[in-house]
Write a protein that binds this ligand. Structure first.
Ligand SMILES: *[C@@H]1O[C@H](CO)[C@@H](O)[C@H](O)[C@H]1NC(C)=O
Ligand SMILES: *[C@@H]1O[C@H](CO)[C@@H](O)[C@H](O)[C@H]1NC(C)=O
Ligand SMILES: *[C@@H]1O[C@H](CO)[C@@H](O)[C@H](O)[C@H]1NC(C)=O
Ligand SMILES: *[C@@H]1O[C@H](CO)[C@@H](O)[C@H](O)[C@H]1NC(C)=O
Ligand SMILES: *[C@@H]1O[C@H](CO)[C@@H](O)[C@H](O)[C@H]1NC(C)=O
Ligand SMILES: *[C@@H]1O[C@H](CO)[C@@H](O)[C@H](O)[C@H]1NC(C)=O
Ligand SMILES: *[C@@H]1O[C@H](CO)[C@@H](O)[C@H](O)[C@H]1NC(C)=O
Ligand SMILES: *[C@@H]1O[C@H](CO)[C@@H](O)[C@H](O)[C@H]1NC(C)=O
Ligand SMILES: *[C@@H]1O[C@H](CO)[C@@H](O)[C@H](O)[C@H]1NC(C)=O
Length: 649
């Protein structure tokens, strides 16, 4: 009835059910060590029970059943309690009021656990309520930390202190908050199931720099020595906030390089080294090193290190420059061109730093020095002097390389000044020199005799020599028997020079030089002292015998073929000259052996060979022997009377 009365306004419908064995205790309750705790408790018993000799109660620890002998925390019938509760417990409630509220003083962590109340109404009416209060005795306050603290998101940290000890009221302080940006504090007081919790909430916005920072909550009871502290270290997640890589650098081709990347993030990032779109390596760490061995120019470029930890991504790049000496330049192929052609020669190469390109012709600088990838040498209307080797030189601080090409310039023959006829001791010697490319062919033409003398015509002693693009031809016309007096013979000698680009025919001037000069030096071959030179001569016989008495001096013998041997020794005094008559066209000649005194003047080099030493110098000369030359230019070539007959002996 009393039971009904009590609950009637609230629980009309559940009626009897509420008036069974029932207890109301807080399911969870906490306390700080060395403080106290009051466990509020009320209970019910079936309304049919009449308590016999009062209402008693027992508080057990750990187990509800006396059969298991749980430690007795409090017992209203006696003072006998478990040792660890001796002097610490007191029932605050009035059992007759069904108030079983318990106080435990000076509590320790060993007192954490379940507390069961057993009502003892006398006789068999004893009942242990299965509902229990679970006590947590804390030596530190609890801090509620969000599972994830993210940089730049507002953060709330709450510190709790149980307030279940009536004599003492806790206070909460946050510690180490001095360097937090704009921290805000708010307190709260929560009551629930007759238990109370004081809380203090710290609100601020953490930054990456706060990662790992310590924060603390201090709970204390004023006017006591009881102080409790709890420290936490902030785990602030943040996207990569810096990606450090090496400064851009230069390496030599073939060397090794280590590129280092360090990412500041929490948690550690997946770090990747990228070269263009290509991921070269990755790892989840705070730093990685990319090592490149035997670096090639293809590895020059931008390297990017990317850090990504799920909270964000960041990258930093560097430029790796690969240095190398110039590569062998690419130039045009060697070529043959006709005089007057205009050309552009290209030279290109690679190198780092960019090489300078220089064109050299036969070792001499031509054009300008360029620092481009390509150097073009323009040659307008090339002349024969443009013939030669063109070299393109590429240079940078790491080395040099060059390539060359040869340009051959072809041109029509040009007669050289040295071309002339000279009166010598025994006749007239004619030299014809010309340059041209291809080298010119030289022919002599004697209009008075209507004879053309050239290389293929073996009848005459005709000497030719080619040196590069210069051809020299020489013939010697020999007077028969007698010496030329009062000037040389009047002879007309034409020189014809030709190559594929042109032909020219010129009358050679006759010059009278030293009277007895008539020698031809033939170079030595190795150590051999005797060198043969051949003079092909056409012996002019004419009316020699018939007219001998009448006009012997006009008899000119084209001594043909005549073979002269000239012995040249180092000591020219010992020079011996042999003149041999040999056989040509079925005619027989006797060899003539001549000894000379070897006057220096007798052995004068001819033409372009003057002053030059020749290893091998073979030439033939056609000699007009005894031919008379007239004084002055007008005397030349004006009559053929000196040559009345050609006769081979
Ligand atoms: C039980 O007793 C305690 C201590 O005297 C008191 O504070 C509390 O209000 C009582 N509870 C009820 C329900 O009367
Ligand atoms: C602490 O003690 C002082 C005097 O000693 C008193 O004024 C103050 O109210 C007490 N504080 C509390 C919370 O009991
Ligand atoms: C990059 O930095 C790391 C660490 O500072 C260093 O060991 C490495 O040699 C550097 N690499 C280059 C190419 O500078
Ligand atoms: C690089 O990372 C390794 C672990 O991966 C660590 O031991 C080392 O200290 C880091 N180096 C730097 C400079 O952070
Ligand atoms: C590096 O970051 C920039 C923006 O900061 C982004 O545009 C670029 O795509 C990133 N590069 C890589 C390789 O992630
Ligand atoms: C040299 O080569 C370049 C390109 O290879 C070409 O354009 C140029 O005409 C060539 N020059 C000559 C003279 O062939
Ligand atoms: C150019 O000519 C020289 C000799 O005249 C020769 O040694 C060289 O190999 C030639 N160069 C080329 C590219 O033909
Ligand atoms: C020269 O000789 C050739 C034959 O060898 C002859 O055909 C030509 O008519 C002659 N010319 C003169 C001018 O005698
Ligand atoms: C040499 O002359 C003869 C006759 O004049 C001629 O047939 C021959 O082709 C000439 N040879 C050369 C190489 O010019």
């Amino acid at each position: 009835m009393w039971c009904l009365e009590l609950l009637l306004p609230l629980l009309l419908i559940i009626n009897d059910a509420t008036c069974q064995w029932n207890v109301w205790v807080p399911r969870d309750i906490s306390a700080m060590t060395n403080s106290c705790v009051v466990i509020p408790c009320t209970f019910m018993y079936p309304s049919g029970i009449r308590p016999y000799r009062g209402i008693h109660g027992i508080w057990y620890f750990g187990q509800p059943y006396p059969q298991l002998f749980p430690p007795v925390v409090f017992k209203s019938r006696t003072d006998i309690v478990h040792e660890s509760y001796k002097g610490r417990t007191k029932l605050l409630g009035d059992l007759h009021q069904r108030n079983c509220t318990l106080l435990i003083n000076n509590i320790g962590t060993e007192h954490s656990g379940r507390y069961y109340f057993r009502a003892d109404l006398g006789g068999a009416n004893m009942y242990t309520f299965p509902d229990f209060a679970e006590l947590k005795v804390l030596d530190q306050p609890n801090i509620d930390v969000p599972e994830e603290i993210v940089s730049d998101d507002s953060l709330e940290l709450t510190c709790y202190a149980p307030d279940n000890c009536p004599d003492m009221t806790p206070e909460i302080q946050w510690m180490y908050t001095d360097y937090l940006p704009d921290p805000e504090f708010s307190s709260d007081y929560l009551e629930e199931s007759n238990t109370a919790v004081l809380s203090s909430t710290l609100t601020f916005t953490p930054r990456p720099m706060h990662n790992g920072q310590l924060l603390g909550c201090r709970v204390y009871y004023p006017n006591t020595t009881l102080v409790y502290e709890r420290l936490i270290s902030l785990d602030v997640k943040y996207a990569p906030r810096s990606v450090w890589v090496n400064v851009s650098s230069e390496v030599m081709e073939g060397s090794s390089v280590m590129l280092h990347c360090e990412v500041d993030s929490n948690p550690p990032s997946k770090i990747s080294w990228m070269f263009g779109d290509q991921e070269l390596m990755w790892d989840t760490a705070s730093n990685i090193s990319l090592s490149l061995d035997d670096v090639t120019p293809a590895q020059e470029g931008i390297y990017t290190c990317v850090g990504d930890n799920g909270y964000g991504t960041m990258n930093t790049s560097l430029y790796l420059a690969v240095k190398y000496p110039p590569r062998e330049p690419q130039v045009n192929d060697s070529m043959t061109v006709l005089e007057g052609t205009s050309l552009s020669l290209h030279c290109s190469t690679q190198g780092s730093p960019a090489p300078t390109l220089t064109w050299l012709k036969d070792g001499e600088l031509v054009g300008t020095i360029t620092a481009d990838e390509l150097s073009v040498l323009e040659i307008t209307e090339i002349t024969p002097q443009g013939d030669g080797q063109y070299r393109c030189l590429a240079e940078n601080e790491h080395g040099r390389a060059s390539s060359s090409l040869n340009i051959t310039v072809e041109y029509a023959p040009v007669l050289l000044e040295e071309s002339k006829c000279t009166v010598v001791r025994e006749g007239v010697q004619c030299v014809c020199m010309a340059t041209g490319n291809p080298e010119p062919t030289i022919e002599f033409y004697l209009p008075d005799l209507n004879i053309t003398i050239n290389e293929t015509d073996g009848r005459y002693n005709f000497y030719t020599h080619t040196d590069g693009h210069t051809s020299t031809g020489m013939i010697k016309l020999r007077e028969k028997g007698e010496r030329v007096e009062n000037g040389g013979p009047a002879v007309n000698v034409h020189c014809s020079i030709s190559n594929m680009y042109g032909r020219e025919s010129v009358l050679l001037e006759l010059q009278q030089e030293k009277k007895y000069m008539m020698a031809v030096i033939v170079g030595t071959i190795g150590g051999v002292a005797v060198i043969a030179f051949i003079i092909a001569a056409v012996r002019y016989v004419g009316h020699n015998n018939k007219k001998e008495n009448g006009n012997p001096r006009q008899d000119v013998v084209l001594e043909n073929p005549a073979l002269y041997y000239s012995a040249v020794k180092k000591d020219k005094q010992n020079l011996r000259k042999k003149v041999l008559k040999t056989e040509l066209l079925g005619s027989k000649f006797n060899s003539i052996l001549e000894e000379t005194t070897g006057e220096d003047g007798d052995y004068q080099p001819v033409g372009s060979m003057a002053g030059q030493e020749r290893q091998e110098l073979n030439y033939a000369a056609l000699e007009f022997i005894g031919a008379r030359s007239r004084e002055g230019a007008s005397g030349r070539g004006d009559d053929g009377s000196n040559y009345s007959e050609i006769k081979a002996k």
